[in-house]
Every structure is written in structure tokens, then in C-alpha cells.
Design a protein around this ligand. Structure first.
Ligand SMILES: [Ca+2]
Ligand SMILES: [Ca+2]
Ligand SMILES: [Ca+2]
Ligand SMILES: [Ca+2]
Length: 435
């Protein structure tokens, strides 16, 4: 999921004083039409949080903590296709993408796949060239903290089939890149790329048409700074991959770029907040209500955007329900101070999809500031928060999946330490479910 301290880290705007009513004036958009502002109080989780500390047992994996770790992204993929899912991570201290190979159930060995990368903040494993092995799409910001220079890049690490990688720099010297995902947008059989460029005041969203032989042609989609994530999926049900993007800098908005199947996109806002300090921190894909349409999970908790970094009372988790035909409905799920990295998974195995997320920016001087939280779905989209852990702190990266073949979900988190207190630190942590 996604990051980003980067994201956060990187914004620089002019924080406005919080207006007490801002929560109540979240504006939901339905298609192009602005719906009635929600004037009632925010529908945070109705249920009281359940302290559930024994549910997952944390265990550091890979290299240990040295200094202040900066893990901006983790992902789960069976990179060597040996049947055991592995973990991929962006380590911004090491300027590297690393591979934590699961050598036997629950045991991981870490190795560097590529170093000297300029602030890698997102890695996605996909067979980009169609030869049967997993290649890696890497988004590089150039510099994680605010910077307006054209230092971003898009790098593809091409797998030779034995997990040795050739580096292809597909785009460089552009506004800082926060996310890159693949999709065949023009239907010619070659995977193209959707690219999020956070920038600073010159960010943009583009797609890069794959011309073959590692040649690409860029097509601009939107000139706005602050894009954190792009998601690629057929959101509208016509068979062509669309793009959803989260933009956070000047405005806090989620865009749908609807593809006509030939790479022509029409965009519209599917959610916008009137709170300029909403703190958008990430989106991910999930069919939460299992109706066959992919929905968008969404956290706001970027505490770095403020003059005084930290949590805010309106931080939390929500989902944008895909109602079809490009229409989305906003639902608040619950409050999470400093919320980051929402992941939709069935945490308790009852057939309903739950959500796990982390906190990157809580009040860590308090012993019971939550760091990892699950929202358990009763099957009717009512969620009860389960507090899984108060430490390690400052987790902005999260992934989850069945890592051991048991059918039960494990969680992986990454720590990114950008402000004090610098204690209870972690680098990469595996959270295994207890029986
Ligand atoms: Ca493997
Ligand atoms: Ca490949
Ligand atoms: Ca194509
Ligand atoms: Ca759905």
C-alpha cells in the first residue's frame, strides 16, 4: 500500500487552522454532481474499539533496526514463484528495493534487488514484459522530503527469470514520482503505465504508452500536485482498465479517469474534502461488499502536512463504494489517528472482507496510541475496530495476505521514523495470526 511518508513528507503547504466543523462538511461527490454536504456528524465506527493485542504476534524479519528506519512501502509477492509468498520493500535509508524471500514457512532472508535508487517509495510486482516472470515497477521520488526539483523517476527492474534484474529507467528528471502501475490502456496487448507524480507545485498524472522495445510515449492526464497513488482496474465494467488517483496537495480529492478502451480518458472527481488539511495518505483496491465491483479503500492521516506534525481528530478510514457507471458513494468507517495503508482482507476468516491499516502519525508519547488496527466487518458493512498493537510506532507501510498457505491472514508492516520520539522502532515486521 502505499505510502508515503513520501507523500506526506513531502507536502508543504500552508496549513490552515482546523475548523471545528470541517468534519461535518465533507462533501461527497456522486459522479460529476456534487451531492448534498453531509451535515450530520461524521459516521465514525459506531462500535467501541476492542483491544485485541494477542490476535497477531509481531516478529522482525530481514535486517535489524539500525538508526532510524525509513521503510516507505511493503508488498507481498511470490517473486521466485516457488509457492511461498515473499515480501518486497522500499528502504529509503538504503536507497534500495529489497526482497525478503520466504525460504521456509515463516522464515525470511533479505537481499538487495537494486540499490542506488533515488528514494524508491512504491514497488509493484507484475510480469510487465509478458515472459512469465515477475518484473518490478518502482516509483522513485528522488527525495522523500519536500522538494520542487525534477528529480523523480520511473524504473522497471526486468527479471531474467532467476531474480537477477536489469534496470530500465523509463522516465527521469520529472516531478517526484510516488506510484506507478501497469495496465493495457489502449488494448494493443502491451502493458502501459499509469504514473503518479507528487511533485511539489508542479506535479501531474500521466500514462505512458508502451511502444515496444522499452520505448514509451507519455500522455498527460492531469496537472495537479500531490498525487499519492494511482490504481488501475476496470472500475466501470466495460472491460477497459481505468485509473483512480488520490491527489492531496492543493486539494484533497479522488479522481476517476475513465478509459474508452483506446487510451482516451475522461476524468471526474469522485470524492473531495472541503477540509484542506484532511491529510489524505493512501488508497487501495478492494471489493469490500463483494458485489463484483471494485471499491476504493481510503485513509487520511498524513500528519506531516501540518506545521505541527502529528495526528488530527478527523483522521481515519473510509471506503468509496463503486455503484457502477462511474458512480461512487463515500462511507466513513472509523477514526484512526495518523491512518495509513488500508488493506482489504478477511482477517477472521468469516467470509466478509475486513480492513487493516496502520498509524504513521499518532501521539506516540502516549502508551496507548494505536499503531495497528483492524476493522472487522459484520458482513453488512458495519465495522468494529480491533486494536492490534501500540508498538512498534510510526508504521506507514502495510501489506497482508496468506503467507504460509494456512488460509489465514498475516500482516507485514514497515516503519518510517521522521519525528520524535524515536523509540519502539521497527524496520519490517511480520504479524502472524494466533490460533
Ligand atoms: Ca517465493
Ligand atoms: Ca517478466
Ligand atoms: Ca498498450
Ligand atoms: Ca464492491
Amino acid at each position: 500500500m502505499s505510502f508515503v511518508a513520501g507523500s506526506s513528507a513531502l507536502r508543504l503547504r500552508f496549513p490552515l487552522p482546523f475548523i471545528a466543523t470541517s468534519f461535518a462538511v465533507l462533501v461527497g461527490f456522486s459522479g460529476c454532481e456534487r451531492s448534498q454536504p453531509a451535515t450530520s456528524s461524521p459516521r465514525a465506527a459506531a462500535s467501541a474499539p476492542v483491544e485485541d493485542l494477542g490476535r497477531f504476534t509481531p516478529q522482525p524479519i530481514g535486517a535489524g533496526v539500525e538508526g532510524k528506519p525509513w521503510i516507505s512501502h511493503v508488498a507481498i509477492a511470490d517473486l521466485d514463484r516457488d509457492g511461498l509468498p515473499d515480501v518486497l520493500a522500499c528502504d529509503d535509508r538504503a536507497r534500495a528495493v529489497t526482497w525478503l524471500r520466504q525460504v521456509s514457512r515463516g522464515k525470511f532472508e533479505e537481499s538487495t534487488l537494486a540499490d542506488n535508487l533515488p528514494a524508491p517509495v512504491h514497488v509493484d510486482a507484475v510480469d510487465f514484459d509478458g515472459d512469465g516472470d515477475l518484473d518490478l515497477l518502482v516509483a522513485c521520488m528522488g527525495e522523500v522530503f519536500p522538494n520542487n526539483d525534477k528529480i523523480g523517476s520511473v524504473i522497471v527492474l526486468e527479471n531474467d527469470g532467476r531474480q537477477r534484474f536489469t534496470r530500465h529507467v523509463l522516465l527521469e528528471q520529472v516531478a517526484r514520482v510516488t506510484d506507478v502501475r501497469a495496465g493495457d490502456f489502449n488494448g494493443d496487448g502491451r502493458l502501459d503505465l499509469a504514473v503518479a507524480q507528487f511533485g511539489y507545485d508542479q506535479g501531474e498524472i500521466r500514462w505512458m504508452e508502451n511502444l515496444g522495445d522499452w520505448q514509451f510515449k507519455s500522455h498527460n492526464l492531469l496537472n495537479l500536485s500531490g498525487t499519492i497513488n494511482v490504481l488501475v482496474a476496470d472500475f466501470t465494467g466495460d472491460g477497459a482498465p481505468d485509473i483512480v488517483a488520490l491527489v492531496s496537495q492543493q486539494w484533497e480529492e479522488v479522481y476517476l479517469f475513465e478509459n474508452d478502451g483506446r487510451g482516451n480518458f475522461t476524468n471526474k472527481i469522485i470524492f473531495g474534502s472541503t477540509n484542506e488539511d484532511y491529510g489524505s495518505s493512501g488508497i487501495s483496491l478492494c471489493d469490500l461488499n463483494r458485489d463484483g465491483r471494485l471499491d476504493v479503500l481510503y485513509t487520511n492521516g498524513d500528519g506531516f502536512a501540518y506545521a505541527d506534525p502529528g495526528q488530527r481528530p478527523w483522521h481515519g478510514l473510509q471506503w468509496l463504494e463503486n455503484r457502477g457507471h462511474g458512480l461512487f458513494k463515500f462511507h466513513r468507517i472509523g477514526n484512526v489517528p495518523g491512518a495509513y495503508s488500508p488493506v482489504g482482507v478477511d482477517l477472521n476468516g468469516d467470509g466478509a472482507t475486513d480492513i487493516v491499516c496502520t498509524s504513521g502519525f499518532n501521539d506516540w508519547t502516549k502508551p496507548k496510541a494505536v499503531a495497528l488496527v483492524g476493522f472487522i466487518n459484520d458482513g453488512a458493512m458495519n465495522f468494529t475496530p480491533h486494536l492490534y498493537a501500540y508498538e512498534p510506532t510510526q508504521l506507514i507501510a502495510c501489506a497482508a495476505g496468506d503467507l504460509d498457505g494456512s488460509g489465514r491472514i498475516s500482516i507485514v508492516t514497515g516503519g518510517f521514523y521522521s519525528y520524535p520520539p524515536f523509540d519502539r522502532m521497527s524496520r519490517i515486521t511480520l504479524w502472524q495470526p494466533q490460533p
